[in-house]
Design a protein around this ligand. Structure first.
Ligand code: KG4
Ligand code: ZN
Length: 349
């Protein structure tokens, strides 16, 4: 049965609304996915200011919803065709989450539709399925400004966290080190551009958690070491470029080391399943845009027998299409369970 869901995302500094449909044949179609980035508003402060973020969500969310619905209508899906509303219910900046969730609740109430609260991380976990046919189970590296996690994705609602950061996320490390070096916000792209001109072997940086047998991450030691080098040894533009290249290499190296461990754990768990021959290693989150990170993770996947899959950047970073999809997949499961109960009652009765 065809299903159509309106999704709302507002957990950080992007306000986003989308309409996603699953056709009778199971094919997923993004009918609209509109995003308003607040990055210019926060850039002067060098990071996201929660109150400014929440106010900006309030100012833009209704216009964005109108735009998303009108784009869907142009493709023949009107507001009456929406079956359910999904909104990020956390984790995130609470002011922003409340704006999106309350908007979605009001919309759902006024149209008599079910409301599905979605975990933002579940949205990221499933986002690859907007564009790729990736069967379960797969391994996910979610690497953004707020999160750095390795997840064994067994199915909708069935996730095991294999590792997480014990301090900063990788994107946060990019942003904070870039800020120390006087680069713009967000720091990741600016640091990558500087790194392209530098020598990655020039500075030796700490290799955190190297001997640990889990898949956790840690970036705060790197941040401190980079700040010390910046203060004591960075005098020229070339020094700065060399430090950026060394930092980028260190971040990529830890992502590779921890992902390699997770791949082995994943393979050990699925060893007896003959249908899991070449599983997917999915990389999502803003840091997946980094070319060095991508190239190294892709090479690792090849070596370990995984298919490297990176969703298009628009779905890697925060967006509402992934929230609509996660809501849709959950809603479909709830409907299937209700149908099963109904059938059973008829048979039993
Ligand atoms: O997924 P995202 O848009 O938002 C969340 O944090 O949820 O990720 C943003 C993060 C920022 O920390 C940003 O600096 C980082 O992704 N980023 C990059 C690059 N592009 C974005 N980091 C490294 N290299 C890049 N090219
Ligand atoms: Zn996110």
């Amino acid at each position: 049965m065809s299903l159509c869901v309106l999704g709302v995302e507002s957990s950080c500094d992007e306000t986003a609304v989308a309409v996603v449909r699953r056709g009778d044949d199971g094919a997923i179609e993004v009918l609209s996915s509109v995003i308003h980035s607040q990055v210019v508003k926060h850039a002067v402060y060098g990071g996201v200011v929660p109150e400014i973020a929440a106010r900006s969500h309030v100012e833009t969310i209704d216009d964005l919803a109108r735009l998303a619905l009108s784009q869907a209508a142009e493709q023949g899906v009107g507001v009456d065709d929406i079956d359910a509303v999904a909104a990020t219910a956390g984790p995130g900046l609470i002011g922003g989450v409340m704006v999106g969730l309350s908007f979605a609740k009001g919309f759902a109430l006024s149209r008599g539709l079910p409301l599905i609260g979605v975990n933002h991380l579940e949205g990221h976990a499933l986002s690859v399925r907007l564009t790729h046919t990736v069967p379960f189970p797969f391994l996910l590296l979610l690497v953004s400004g707020g999160h750095c996690q390795l997840l064994h994705v067994r199915g909708v609602g069935d996730y095991e966290r294999l590792g997480t950061t014990i301090d900063d996320a990788a994107g946060e490390a990019f942003d904070k080190i870039a800020k120390t070096l006087g680069l713009g916000y967000p720091g990741g792209p600016a640091l990558e551009a500087e790194a392209a001109k530098g020598d990655a072997t020039r500075f030796t940086l700490p290799r955190a958690l190297l001997g640990r047998k889990d898949c956790d991450f840690s970036y705060s030691g790197l941040k401190t070491a980079a700040a010390k080098i910046a203060m004591e040894q960075v005098k020229t533009p070339q020094d700065r470029a060399d430090l950026c290249a060394s930092v980028q290499a260190a971040i990529a190296r830890q992502l590779v080391e921890r992902s390699a461990r997770a791949m082995r754990a994943f393979k050990a768990e699925n060893a007896a399943r003959t249908e899991v021959t070449r599983p997917a290693f999915v990389v999502a989150g803003g840091v997946a845009a980094n070319k060095t990170v991508r190239a190294e993770l892709s090479a690792l996947s090849e070596k370990e027998g995984f298919d490297f899959v990176a969703p298009p950047l628009a779905y890697c970073t925060d967006n509402a299409a992934m929230i609509a999809l996660a809501g849709l997949e959950r809603f479909a499961l709830m409907q299937a369970a209700a149908d099963y109960d109904g059938d059973k009652q008829v048979q039993d009765g």
